[in-house]
Design a protein around this ligand. Structure first.
Ligand SMILES: Cc1cc2nc3c(=O)[nH]c(=O)nc-3n(C[C@H](O)[C@H](O)[C@H](O)COP(=O)(O)OP(=O)(O)OC[C@H]3O[C@@H](n4cnc5c(N)ncnc54)[C@H](O)[C@@H]3O)c2cc1C
Length: 520
């Protein structure tokens, strides 16, 4: 039997951030992880001479006063971040536009107005609305902890009437309201892959938070994502807590309406205070192997949500003859929508038609020149788009040859979009790897290969998000579905949860050196 103060299931950044904060408070924590590497979606894997971050490409909230800055201050660690190019953090290409999204909301407005003067009124209406919604969300979350609501909160709500009315809006509703042309609708949803939904489905408040957060800062860890994750695991293990790799949790034992222990690998783990699951909530419930472990209502609440879409990833290692700048690739992300109709492109792709898919493309070797992920002078490209899960699941189980053929087919179709941007990409490729939704499911335990946990539609965000507590007093949730996805999202979940459980402030400022934030 292994006894700890807290037992955490899963070493994604939600689990690791909670573990690091609890360890900082003097608790002894065990993190149980099924993978042989830490970080979940943010883990880095090696392939020959190249290393690839599985999923993550850029992050927001890294300034000292923001979530990641505060978290690193709290655990007394430094991580240096590079800013993406302030003049272009995301470049959006459709048949009608080729537009660089700059840092700064007002910079974006100015650039939109000067590029599309014929849409001045609609652009101003859109920018003003996003600004207002952002300000309202910002002040609401200062006043009310959505994950720990009190009766008295109701008295604070009347001043948020505008937000309340727009809680059911999608981005498309805002587009219709402000009267933007289809051309600008596509451009302004250009970062859509960051929430994996088209304008007619994404919750307006989620779109607002995402575009606003990145407008305030878009960062890449100077020593790459592995060093960022390693910094956090080091803070956990050097202070006496443990992370057990290749240790999948296989059972959660419930007794007298409490978690009694968990079984992982060949061992049983017990927590003096509580168990924290960074796993998908449905998966967490499944591991109880007992439908009566929860009341019917709680069972429904924790299992009755829709997943976000799944993804097809391509990782390329390119030799030193490849010159990214020649193709308009730099210290930014590239979003390419071949038809410019995002609502159609998403619908078509999720039905399995990947002819002319939209793609996201990132070149991490342009975001930091520090060595460690490719031989000197070489480059890495990471490419992703959404695709359906079901065909891969079916073929993976029933027809391995068919699975490989489907994987090749989607790979080639996605590469057609890549070749539209880099016609001779194949000449430079020394390493080609791809991952299907079942790859994500296998390595990360993401059910159905989902990208962002519960789908970010209006019915599943805001006050409808699951939250960190369960009806079992010693079981808490910390991952993307409990709170919000993204790296700052789940780190924020971890910090909020620890404050909730231990009542000790985590978001305080300290005097230790601030993270270094520079543009390369
Ligand atoms: C394709 C893609 C691109 C993304 N791009 C970005 C980006 O550019 N910027 C950004 O900020 N965010 C991005 N995100 C989102 C972000 O990476 C995630 O929201 C966040 O990392 C999720 O963290 P988590 O702690 O909820 O869970 P996860 O990272 O999913 O971690 C869960 C952990 O639990 C482990 N586990 C599962 N089952 C078990 C078990 N039975 N026993 C023990 N361990 C188990 C898994 O192995 C994993 O390590 C991206 C996500 C994806 C998929």
């Amino acid at each position: 039997m292994n006894n700890f103060d807290y037992v955490i299931l899963g070493a994604g950044l939600g689990g690791l951030s909670a573990a690091a904060c609890l360890t900082k408070q003097g608790y002894r924590v065990a993190v149980l992880e099924k993978h042989y590497l830490p970080g979940g979606c943010c883990h880095t894997f090696d392939c020959g001479e190249y290393s690839f971050c599985a999923d993550v490409h850029y992050i927001s909230q890294c300034a000292p006063s923001q979530t990641i800055g505060q978290f690193l201050n709290y655990i007394q660690r430094n991580v240096a971040f590079n800013s993406l190019d302030p003049d272009c953090i995301d470049r959006v290409i459709t048949p009608e536009v080729n537009f660089k999204i700059p840092l700064g909301w007002e910079n974006l407005r100015t650039r939109l107005l000067s590029t599309f003067p014929e849409e001045t009124d609609a652009i101003n209406r859109y920018c003003n609305q996003i600004q207002q919604i952002h300000q309202e969300i910002h002040s609401l979350v200062q006043e009310i902890h959505w994950f720990n609501r009190q009766w008295s909160d109701w008295f604070k709500l009347p001043k948020y009437l505008n937000l309340y009315k727009k809680r059911t809006w999608t981005l498309q509703d805002l587009y219709n309201h402000v009267g933007l042309s289809p051309k600008l609708q596509a451009l302004l949803a250009g970062q859509s892959g960051d929430y994996a939904l088209p304008p007619n489905q994404i919750a307006l408040i989620t779109h607002t938070s995402l575009v606003w957060d990145y407008s305030e800062g878009a960062y890449y860890p100077r020593h790459h994502f592995k060093s960022f994750v390693d910094t956090i695991t080091d803070a956990i293990t050097t202070a006496g807590s443990v992370i057990k790799y290749s240790t999948p949790v296989t059972h959660i034992e419930i007794n007298h309406n409490k978690v009694e222990s968990v079984i992982a690998g060949t061992q049983t783990y017990k927590a003096n205070y509580a168990y924290i699951s960074d796993l998908d909530p449905k998966l967490t419930v499944q591991l109880m192997h007992n439908k009566k472990a929860l009341t019917h209502r709680e069972y429904q609440r924790l299992t009755n949500y829709q997943y976000s879409a799944s993804v097809f990833n391509i990782y390329l290692g390119l030799d030193s003859r490849f010159q990214p700048q020649k193709y308009g690739i730099g210290n930014w992300n590239l979003w390419y929508y071949p038809t410019g109709n995002l609502n159609n492109e998403y619908e078509r792709q999720l039905q399995g038609d990947l002819s002319q898919p939209w793609i996201f493309l990132s070149c991490p070797t342009m975001k930091s020149r520090e060595p460690g992920i490719a031989p000197p002078g070489h480059h890495i490209l990471e490419i992703a788009t959404i695709c359906p899960y079901a065909p891969f699941k079916y073929l993976h189980q029933s027809n391995p040859k068919g699975y490989k053929a489907k994987k090749r087919e989607f790979y080639q179709q996605i590469m057609t979009s890549v070749r539209n941007l880099i016609p001779d990409v194949d000449n430079y490729a020394r390493m080609k790897i791809s991952g299907t939704p079942t790859t994500s499911e296998f390595y990360l335990g993401q059910p159905q290969g989902n990208i962002y946990g519960a789908k970010l539609v209006p019915e599943q965000v805001g006050l409808n998000r699951l939250g960190y507590t369960t009806e079992l007093p010693n079981l808490f949730l910390v991952g993307a579905t409990a709170g919000y996805p993204s790296v700052p999202g789940v780190i924020s979940n971890g910090m909020d949860l620890v404050e909730l459980i231990t009542k000790q402030s985590v978001r305080q400022k300290t005097d230790i050196p601030k993270p270094l934030i520079t543009v390369e």
